[in-house]
Structure formats: C-alpha cells, structure tokens
Design a binder for this molecule. Structure first.
Ligand SMILES: [Ca+2]
Ligand SMILES: [Ca+2]
Length: 396
C-alpha cells in the first residue's frame, strides 16, 4: 500500500511562507502590492469562475478538521484516528501519539481539533471523536489533553481526559456532529447531532440534537438556559438540531451553525439562547423516503433558518473570515460543501444572511480554516478521492 501522505508542495509555497515569516510588513496579504512582486509574479492563476488561485499543499487520508498552531504548523485530524502535525516549511506530516481509540465507520471517527484560547501558555487541545460503547452503541465524545511537542517535530497528547459525551450512546454510524468552538469568554461549545434518531432532538433528557455550552473543563456554566433542570439538560444551549457540522462565532460574538438537513433542508442558523430549531417537527426539506415534514413557516414557535438550501449543498466546515488577504470578504462566512463539491460564501446583513457565491472545487470539501497568512485553507473530504490540503490566495 502506498504511503498515504504524498507531498504535493509546489515551488511557490515555500516562497510565500518565508515571506510571511521574515517580515510582518511583507506578509502575504501584501501579495497584491508591489511589496512582494516576486510572490505575486509566481502565484498560480485562478481557474475560470473562481476569484482565487488554488495551491494543493499536501494529501491526507480522509482528513476531517484542522487548526493552526501559533508557530504556523497545522494540526490535521484524519477520520481513521490519526492526528497529524503538518510542518508547512518542511512539507512533512508527523503523527501525534496518544489519540484515544475511535469508532471509525460511516460518518464516525476522529473529528474536530481546536486549541484552548490560552493554548500559547497551557498547550491544551480539544479533540472530538466517535467513541465506542457496549455492543454496537457509539457516541460522540470530547477530550482535552496537553500537546507535548518534541524537538524532532513530533509530539504526544498527555493527561488526556474525556470531558463530555453524547448521552445516550446509540446504534448506527451517522450524525455525530461534534464540532467544537470557543467563544471570546472562553466557553466551550459543541454541536451534538441527533445520531439519525430524530426525536431525541426534542428530548431534554438527551443531549442528542443539541448545541451545548460548557466551561473549558467540561463543567456546566451556572447561567446556561436550562441549568436548573440538572442532568444533561443543564448542558443545552439550543435544541431541535439535526446534523450540525459547522459552528463559528462572528466578530460580534454571535454563534452561527450550519445544519445538514433532510432532502432539500440544509440550513444556516443564528443560534439564540434556549431556542428550539424545530427538528424533526419542522423542516423546509422532507424525509428521504418522500414523507412530508411541515415547513418552518407552519411552526412559528421554532427558530427558522437564515439560509435554507434546496437543492442541498451538504454543508461541512464553517469559518467566518477576519483576515485582510481577501479584504472584500472580511466578515463573510465560508462553508465547505460535500455533495455540492463547492466552497460557499455567505454575506451577512444584520441578522440576515444569504449565499453570495458558490465556487466549484471539484471535490467534497470537509473543512475550511483561515490561516495566519489570511489565506483560506481547505481540506477535501477524501471519501472518494481527494483528501488534499488546499491553500486559496487572491488570483494573480
Ligand atoms: Ca478547524
Ligand atoms: Ca418540508
């Protein structure tokens, strides 16, 4: 079997990275100015219909999520259970030891990776994954651990502790969700999807089909909307969710979540405290077997999506851009599309949102991240080909 990590570094990338490292004034956001004419002269050109150039950087095996370390290296999860530390300068991925066993299969495996807001000092990282249980039962789990890096370019997770679990664990291999985000106050947010079991999304004795809010150690904040109910209800911030594969905070501190809906029912939601988003009682889509689900307009007690897609895009990673390399896109959201094999750009107007553009990427896009260079970084899903790390920069 060939080695799964084929280096695809192209000649232009080291030049761009060294420009970023050597001088703040010559950072890549200046690539469109004369300050780094050599970089823009050698930048790849955009393909028709896309206002950016795409540089393939590396190939991973079924990558799922990524996050940049303060030193510019990249942590990438691979669904089968590997956590890779990718050094962009060396073009080399090294596996991090100490990842817990994951239930790989279907939509399950190793999931998200994010840094603690104070990572620079405490080196704490968070991982989500499908955790095996009794028999065929499984559930999403979130663990925190200390990332101990070594001089050889690798490292290990130490003092790993599971701080949250889906309850109950159920059969099946779908709809784990398990995206993680921190807000500016340091609270930990997790999307907990409904495991393809429908009704638990409305059941407050289960944390399936919910978005949960926790302290960074997994304890429950006393000011959560259902804290007084105790149990898993105390974790819940919002309910009535199906499969939430992207959560992100905007510059105002508002939480946005995208939701993979049933047939014709993908959503982008603005997440409000204690709100019920209606699944499986209402949806602008319908069941895959053709049975009707009443639309959102019939259930005004449920929070309606800000954007609804039919046909669907199959939204995966979500990122809200704050960089300056693409100045026109500051504050826009970017969604990776799986079945739509696209990158979707969202513009906001107050609390409203709309799809502003959809860029054909030719592969299922699983993850979107903003790099320290202000570039857009994507991970192809790798389910049926692909699996590449891509860097998007303004077209030359
Ligand atoms: Ca990420
Ligand atoms: Ca419907």
């Amino acid at each position: 079997m060939p080695h799964p990590h084929r280096p695809l570094l192209v000649a232009v990338l080291p030049a761009l990275l060294s420009a970023a490292a050597c001088s703040g004034a010559a950072a890549p956001q200046d690539a469109t100015t004369s300050a780094s004419a050599s970089a823009s002269a050698s930048a790849p050109a955009a393909e028709a219909g896309r206002p950016f150039a795409v540089t393939p950087v590396h190939a991973f095996t079924e990558p799922w999520a990524m996050t940049f370390l303060p030193d510019g290296r990249l942590l990438v999860t691979e669904k089968r259970g590997q956590l890779q530390l990718y050094d962009l300068r060396a073009g080399k991925a090294t596996e991090i030891a100490g990842v817990p066993a994951v239930a790989y299969g279907g939509q399950g495996g190793l999931g998200d990776v994010v840094l603690h807001p104070d990572f620079a000092n405490n080196k704490v990282v968070y991982l989500s994954y499908a955790e095996p249980g009794d028999g065929d039962r499984r559930g999403a789990a979130v663990a925190r651990a200390t990332l101990a890096l070594n001089a050889a370019g690798g490292g290990a997770l130490q003092d790993l502790k599971v701080i949250w679990r889906q309850a109950p664990k159920v059969s099946g291999q779908g709809h784990y969700g398990h995206r993680i985000a921190f807000d500016r106050a340091g609270k930990l947010w997790i999307s907990s999807s409904e495991r393809q079991k429908f009704d638990p999304a409305q059941d407050m004795t289960s944390n399936l089909g919910k978005i949960v809010r926790l302290n960074d150690d997994g304890s429950v904040p006393a000011d959560n909307p259902f804290a007084a109910r105790g149990g898993v209800a105390s974790q819940i911030w919002s309910l009535g969710h199906r499969n939430v594969l992207g959560i992100a905070f905007d510059a105002q501190g508002r939480l946005w979540a995208q939701e993979m809906g049933p047939r014709g029912g993908d959503e982008l939601n603005l997440i409000e405290r204690g709100a019920n988003y209606g699944w499986p009682i209402v949806s602008n889509g319908d069941h895959y077997d053709g049975r009707d689900i009443p639309d959102h307009a019939t259930g005004p007690q449920f929070a309606a999506p800000k954007v609804s897609w039919n046909p669907v895009i199959s939204p995966a990673g979500l990122m809200i851009y704050s960089g300056s390399l693409f100045p026109d896109w500051k504050g826009n959201a970017f969604i990776g599309g799986l079945s739509s094999r696209s990158l979707v750009r969202i513009e906001f107007d107050g609390s409203n949102a709309k799809e502003a553009a959809r860029y054909d990427m030719g592969q299922r896009i699983r993850e979107v991240e903003q790099g320290p260079d202000g570039a857009l970084w994507l991970l192809e899903d790798g389910k049926d080909g692909g699996g590449r790390l891509l860097r998007l920069t303004p077209a030359a």
